[in-house]
Design a protein around this ligand. Structure first.
Ligand code: ADP
Length: 503
């Protein structure tokens, strides 16, 4: 009998062995994994959580909807919790590890068909395992003039997985869930739901009109554990005739509020149509320098050291980028408007900047951030606030103080999108150093706690903080989620603990 790395809760080794036997009958031996060696690639959690709390019991790999249904049937019978992943990256939020120990990972990477691209309408229908790179190649090989919007690790992650987490990118289609249209969901009992117009026989409009008829259900299948999403419709941006990426730099910390207020106004007027990303000096430096190159003492890198390194590299205290899209005739007046607006609040405007993420160029450059300290630790802390200068300044002050107190740098990119601001902060640390890992965890805890005291919640969180964050959102929220959970998954087999939702 196999020595299991973890067992599903409540199952004996013999029962689990029997269940695996049935799963092998369905999928073949190769696509059912429970040995330690082959599970290791699924255990590369970057967050500062205890590894043993998130060990999976195994992995099953499905290649079709029918197989997903078969797996669900077996897991229902044995009460085995199943943690679905698409490409399983989810970097800085738990990678492919489950929220609780002993869940069986449902790896959907092999379901990677691009089912449809409509060049005229700018729509696509994809399976979970499709990566942004794959879709990008598909479009460029066929000369289809549509752009993608992708998150930092773009090439190797999936539009479906990222959209289900309500991730974001940097073009005008940066709110991924807002640009998704139509889902296919396998429910825990094996029934297949197509949302929106997808339930009309011979539907013509699944990828063009989101709402269908009756309650709009798509939202309940994001950041949740109510079903396994096997298809997702996407809206893709027509390649614009031209674009110009603008960098606006602010030298003083105190200029942050004016920069944010100006950006919000320009976005609400639709002069700027994509996000405004405000990189801190350390964030900008981390893309090409390591911490050790600047400083080898304990604690956060001292401000004078950061300032000197930044000055040498043409980096300011706040470095804001955005892009103007359109014909040269459209861009020219908009550039004049934004230049005047940002110069009026002391910004230095460079209209010839380059940022691939704003213009459909996939790259792995965002991983540079991990080299800042080395050792592979990363937890994203992503509080939301109104896009108001006063809130941004308050958050910056709070974050800098808490990170500094635990010895970490303020690697942040507050990202503005009209009315809201996601104050994205990368807590990078050396995961091989037990003390540093513990400090990172304590730091994260304090960040969550103090931001909540100021009325700021997170838009997404790692698997180790899901219960705590759900707790902050309160008991009515929790009860409603649990009622839906009980109705759709009475045995509680789908991803227990996801977003703090338990059976
Ligand atoms: P990516 O690789 O694109 O970063 P993941 O595949 O890691 O995204 O998915 C992120 C999270 O979304 C997973 O941890 C899981 O909770 C959820 N998820 C991913 N794919 C599915 C799916 N097809 N159905 C239901 N939930 C999913």
């Amino acid at each position: 009998m196999t020595q299991f790395v973890a067992l599903p809760p409540g199952l004996s080794a013999a029962e689990f062995e029997r269940a695996l036997g049935e799963l092998r009958g369905l999928l073949g031996t190769d696509r059912v994994v429970a040995v330690a060696d082959r599970l290791r690639p699924y255990q590369k959690m970057m967050i500062p959580a205890p590894d043993e709390a998130h060990v999976p019991s195994g992995v099953v790999m499905a290649e079709s909807v029918t197989e997903v249904q078969g797996i669900l049937a077996i897991c229902n019978r044995y009460r085995i919790p199943l943690w679905p992943t698409s490409t399983g990256r989810n970097f800085g939020y738990g990678t492919s590890s489950p929220a609780t120990r002993g869940q069986l990972i449902l790896d959907l990477r092999r379901m990677n068909r691009i089912l449809e691209v409509d060049a005229e309408l700018g729509t696509a229908l994809v399976e979970p395992g499709v990566t942004y790179q794959q879709l990008h190649d598909y479009l460029s090989e066929r000369d289809i003039p549509l752009w993608l919007d992708f998150p930092g690790p773009g090439p190797i992650v999936s539009p479906l997985g990222n959209t289900l987490e309500r991730g974001g990118g940097n073009t005008p289609y940066g709110d991924h869930f807002a640009h998704a249209c139509g889902m296919e969901v396998v429910l825990a009992d094996g029934r297949v739901l197509r949302t929106g117009m997808g339930s009309i026989p011979n539907t013509t409009s699944w990828q063009v009109f989101k709402y269908g008829y009756g309650p709009y259900l798509d939202g309940i299948f994001t950041q949740s554990n109510f079903g396994v999403v096997t298809k997702l419709g996407l809206w893709l941006m027509p390649a614009p005739p031209g674009h110009r990426t603008v960098l606006v730099q602010f030298d003083a910390e105190a200029q942050l509020p004016a920069a944010v207020d100006t950006m919000r106004r320009l976005q609400l007027q639709r002069v700027i149509t994509n996000v405004g990303v405000m990189a801190t000096a350390v964030m900008a430096l981390s893309t090409f320098k390591t911490r050790a190159e600047l400083y080898d003492g304990p604690g956060p890198v001292p401000q004078p050291v950061i300032d000197a390194a930044a000055r040498d590299s043409g980096i300011a205290t706040w470095n804001m980028t955005f892009t103007l899209y359109g014909t040269p005739a459209q861009i020219a007046p908009n550039l004049a408007i934004v230049t005047e607006a940002f110069e009026a609040v002391g910004g230095r405007v460079n209209p010839d900047f380059h940022d691939g993420s704003q213009v459909n160029e996939l790259s792995l450059a965002s991983f540079g951030i991990l080299n800042w300290v080395g050792g592979g630790g990363l937890a994203w802390f992503a509080p939301v606030s109104p896009a108001r200068g006063s809130d941004a300044a308050r958050q910056a002050k709070l974050a800098r103080r808490i990170l500094g107190a635990h010895g970490f740098d303020y690697l942040a990119a507050p990202t503005l999108n009209g009315r809201d601001l996601h104050h994205l902060i990368a807590l990078v640390y050396n995961r091989n150093d037990a003390d540093e890992k513990q400090r990172a965890n304590r730091c994260f805890e304090q960040l969550v706690h103090e931001f909540a005291q100021h009325g700021y919640g997170l838009y997404r969180v790692g698997i180790d903080y899901m219960d705590k964050l759900a707790g902050i959102y309160g008991s009515v929220n929790r009860d409603v989620n649990r009622a839906i959970k009980q109705a759709l998954d009475p045995n509680g087999i789908l991803a227990p603990g996801k977003s703090g939702i338990h059976p």
